[in-house]
Design a protein around this ligand. Structure first.
Ligand code: CMC
Length: 380
């Protein structure tokens, strides 16, 4: 059957690509649920690994299940020395997302067994990916500065250990708790670009490392996960509160996107942005004021005034950068952190895809010519 132009939707907007029970977004009311539970409740009452378990296995773990999952992940945090050696050869000027994509794909070389119908294999792959991705992000960060990677600390939980591997200092409990909440908020978000990428790759029945590597590559772009890094550069460029209005007006007149605003689904303020904003305030109260916060508030006010009628409000990336920079994290690690969290959602979709798999093979509306003649090279 030939597709017609009227069936074609650029960006597949509003076209269902799967049936899924993993998460739900109500873009009009600003609600995000993971397996039916409001993300706010999970963020404040649960932990990231508990959330990952819920997303992937569709149930809240019992105390024993959670402890077993956490301890398996702690056990698998280290990366093979040959992966570290490979990462040492990466250029220090390379972007950490490129380093992460390469290292995630390399896991497939080291763990090449593929048994997609074996629940034990699925669990092992989930544990390995959740355990090793943060270690690889932190290792690249250390090595690009000429340091040896810092080994994971088994006494620390998932979030605290990552912050420790970045700095070699045990983080303040509030910093670790806030970071864990950030991971929960980024863990899953229905079928966005990177998740779709993961699903398409999964549908070929390739290995889970290739699934995650393809999703990392997709997340890196500035219209997706890469926006959080760009928000901070934008605030730096604006520089002072007096420049906010003229910056916003200049962008709007020149049809330049303002980073951290707008969303394909949310037409109100992203609920994750609201929570992240409150976390930023909590951190500033504890550790001191941040000069970009007032700027961000003013920008939100001006954008609401100018673009609120189009449903353009802050998205998840707007306040996350403020939180991460207050935690002392360099801005080019913001998107890799998004990836650390989103591995949970990608793996949940991988598992869901495998259960009902049919390879993705969309069609196209052909706009080229037919019966064209081949012109010999000397006659062109
Ligand atoms: N700044 C200014 N105008 C905007 C923005 C923005 N950030 N976002 C959308 N618009 C305008 C856009 O110019 C268009 O106006 P008009 O109809 O007059 O031409 C209208 O809103 C619709 O925009 P669109 O680009 O067609 O909307 P979309 O659903 O394709 O794009 C988006 C969604 C997230 C790609 C877009 O809002 C954007 O580029 N935002 C900035 C980048 C960003 O913050 N990305 C993070 C997204 S949330 C986390 C994630 O997915 O990783």
């Amino acid at each position: 059957m030939t597709a017609t132009l009227c069936e074609y939707k650029p960006g597949l907007e509003n076209i269902p690509a799967a049936k899924s029970s993993i998460s739900h977004v109500d873009g009009q009311q600003g609600i995000l649920e993971y397996r039916g539970i409001n993300v706010q409740e999970l963020a404040f009452k649960g932990s990231f690994l508990e959330t990952a378990y819920l997303l992937i296995w569709d149930k809240l773990p019992t105390k024993e299940e959670l402890e077993g999952f956490e301890s398996d992940i702690t056990y698998h945090r280290r990366i093979k020395y040959r992966i570290r050696d490979m990462m040492k050869c990466f250029p220090e000027s390379g972007h950490p997302m490129d380093a992460l994509q390469t290292s995630a794909a390399a896991l497939g070389l080291f763990y090449s067994r593929r048994a997609l119908d074996d629940p034990k294999y699925i669990r092992k792959a989930v544990v390995r990916l959740l355990a090793k991705i943060p270690t690889m992000v932190a290792a690249f960060h250390q090595m690009r500065r000429g340091n040896d990677p810092i080994q994971p600390n088994d006494e620390l939980d998932y979030a605290a250990n990552f912050l420790y591997m970045l700095t070699e200092r045990k983080p303040h409990p509030l910093a670790a708790r806030i970071f864990d909440v950030c991971l929960t908020l980024h863990a899953e978000h229905t079928i966005n670009a990177s998740t779709f990428s993961a699903m398409v790759t999964a549908s070929t029945l390739t290995d889970p490392y290739a699934v995650v590597a393809s999703a990392v590559g997709t997340l890196a772009g500035p219209l997706h996960g890469g926006a959080n890094e760009e928000v901070l550069s934008m605030l730096e460029e604006i520089g002072s509160i007096d420049n906010v209005r003229s910056y916003a007006e200049h962008c709007i007149t020149n049809k330049k996107k303002i980073m951290g605003f707008g969303h394909r689904v949310y037409k109100v303020k992203d609920p994750r942005a609201t929570i992240l904003q409150s976390l930023a305030v909590q951190l500033f109260d504890e550790t001191g004021h941040d000069r970009y916060y007032e700027l961000a508030i003013e920008l939100e006010k001006v954008i609401e005034e100018k673009l609120g009628h189009k449903g353009i409000y802050p998205n998840v990336d707007f306040y996350s950068g403020l939180v991460y920079s207050k935690l002392g994290i360099p801005s080019d690690l913001f998107t890799p952190i998004f990836a650390i969290a989103r591995v949970a959602g990608w793996l949940a979709h991988w598992k869901e895809q495998l259960a009902v798999n049919r390879i993705f093979r969309p069609t196209q509306v052909y706009t080229g010519v037919h019966n064209a003649s081949y012109i010999p090279i000397e006659e062109r």
